[in-house]
Design a protein around this ligand. Structure first.
Ligand code: GLN
Length: 488
């Protein structure tokens, strides 16, 4: 039951087989039983959840069902919500109460969804393992000694462990796709500009994008159909772009005539052999479904991680300047003067990884270094984008591993930021190019999930969804669920 898909719950709710209140209770019981060990949720208000569910049942009885009527959706702690705290898993925002809902939260509410608590994440979404959270690490449901990935680790864990049927995440350099991969679920990062960023706490504004984290591809399409759309109050949200027929996109059964690009740079040596094997078998399966596999090259892939770690911290250093002890969140005790207020507040409020990013970002933007780092990174970003544009002249979609390795052990990489940064080597270029991408389960190595990443041209989420849907129908990875009894 807890591993039932969002679409199936929607059908059962409509058939009257279960009420929204009963559904919420089912997941609340799961949270009560397993969250102590997993730490997927950092805030959970049972009363507020049951109230929303009851209101949804009443709405259904009176006016009929909306797109997500009665469906519980877990929310990453980065989305501003009027109800409950929004803390970005940082001490600097501990107890912070947002004065308004993020645009996508408004959309969820208008669609009848039940906001099902706030999920754990890396502090300010900076990390790949959920270990930088001020609320302690979240654990991987397939092996509690391992990380769930990050930064949307709590959302991935909640869905994979059946503590919620779906969740929202954000993806700046892989934060939806990498944890989806490491927890064995589906995660979609839409094209930059497809989803409004208003009310989502900013990390790197030119890269951040929100998206669904779900069990099935069909579920991702359902949630995306609600989240995507123009928001006039966000200047980076785009109007006049091709709309997607989300339902039609997931209907595909085969891959006849689809040209899948296999970029040689993403199938390199040094990758986990087990992971490589799973992805190769997935591509063979796609070939069996009628696809043509085309070898391609994305020559600037090598520069993606370095480019990202100039651009993202630069933008973060500017975005995080607002946490000054005056307007938001934490303020130090008895400041001597204004400078003391700033420095002590920020020293007490930010964790080490966030400080590292602010320092490198400030350095990269500083006068005298700007041209050598930030400007240069912007130029390389263009080259990376052009690689993809060229590749898409030859192929319809690109397939790669999502992560070079399966979930690593808690603590394994915490003292080595560079190795940690390399965990995102396959996801980062997509953000730099602003493209849509999706990760879905494609096998297991030693009991740990492996993810397959699909990348499409801008505004062609339909291509991701149809390729992923066809592959999902041909395999049965979704039927595997983690054994949680030991964690109760
Ligand atoms: N792991 C990457 C980072 O630490 C990406 C994070 C994200 O996508 N939010 O920056």
């Amino acid at each position: 039951m807890p591993f039932t898909s969002l679409c199936e719950w929607s059908r059962r709710l409509s058939a009257g087989e279960i009420s929204a209140v009963e559904l919420a209770r089912l997941y609340l019981e799961r949270v009560a039983r397993y969250n102590g060990r997993l730490n997927a949720f950092v805030h959970h208000d049972e009363e507020a959840i049951l109230e929303q569910a009851a209101a949804s049942d009443a709405h259904r009885a009176k006016h009929g069902a909306r797109a997500l009527e009665g469906l519980p959706i877990a929310i990453k702690d980065i989305f501003c919500t009027r109800e409950g705290p929004t803390q970005c898993c940082s001490n600097i925002l501990r107890g912070y109460q947002a004065p308004y809902d993020a645009h996508v939260i408004t959309l969820l509410k208008e669609a009848g969804a039940v906001l099902f608590g706030k999920t754990n994440m890396d502090e300010f979404a900076m990390g790949s393992s959920n270990e930088t959270s001020a609320f302690g690490p979240c654990r991987n449901p397939w092996d509690a000694e391992r990380i769930p990935g990050g930064s949307s680790g709590g959302s991935a864990c909640a869905v994979a462990a059946g503590l919620a049927p779906a969740a929202l995440g954000t993806d700046t350099g892989g934060s939806i796709r990498q944890p989806a991969s490491l927890c064995g679920i589906t995660g979609l990062k839409p094209t930059y500009g497809r989803v409004s960023r208003r009310g989502i706490i900013a990390f790197a504004s030119s890269l951040d994008q929100a998206g669904p984290m779900t069990r099935s591809v069909e579920d991702a399409a359902l949630l995306a159909s609600v989240l995507c759309g123009h928001d006039p109050a966000d200047a980076t949200s785009v109007s006049n772009v091709p709309q997607i027929d989300w339902k039609a996109a997931v209907g595909r059964q085969d891959l006849k005539g689809v040209r899948i690009g296999r970029p040689r740079e993403y199938f390199s040596e040094g990758m986990d052999a087990g992971v490589l094997g799973c992805v190769e078998r997935a591509l063979e399966c796609c070939q069996g479904l009628g696809a043509e596999i085309v070898d391609i090259s994305l020559p600037h892939t090598e520069a993606a991680v370095a480019t990202y770690y100039v651009i993202a911290p630069s933008e973060a250093s500017a975005n995080l300047a607002r946490y000054d002890g005056v307007r938001f969140g934490h303020r130090c005790e008895q400041p001597r003067d204004l400078l003391d207020l700033y420095t002590r507040t920020r020293d007490e409020g930010f964790g080490p990884e966030v400080k590292r990013r602010i320092l490198t970002g400030t350095f990269a933007l500083s006068s005298g270094y700007y041209d050598a780092y930030y400007l240069k990174a912007q130029k390389v970003r263009t080259l990376i984008r052009q690689d993809f544009l060229r590749a898409f002249e030859q192929v319809d979609v690109i397939a790669t591993p999502t992560s070079p390795v399966t979930a690593f052990r808690i603590g394994e990489k915490t003292n080595d930021p560079l190795t940690m940064y390399l965990a995102d080597v396959f996801t980062i270029a997509v953000n730099l190019a602003g493209l849509p991408a999706l990760s879905q389960p494609c096998g297991f190595v030693d009991g740990l999930p492996v993810g397959l990443q699909w990348i499409a041209p801008a505004w062609r989420e339909d291509r991701l969804l149809s390729a992923a849907a066809a592959y999902e129908k041909a395999t049965d990875w979704l039927s595997r669920t983690p054994e949680l009894e030991a964690m109760a």
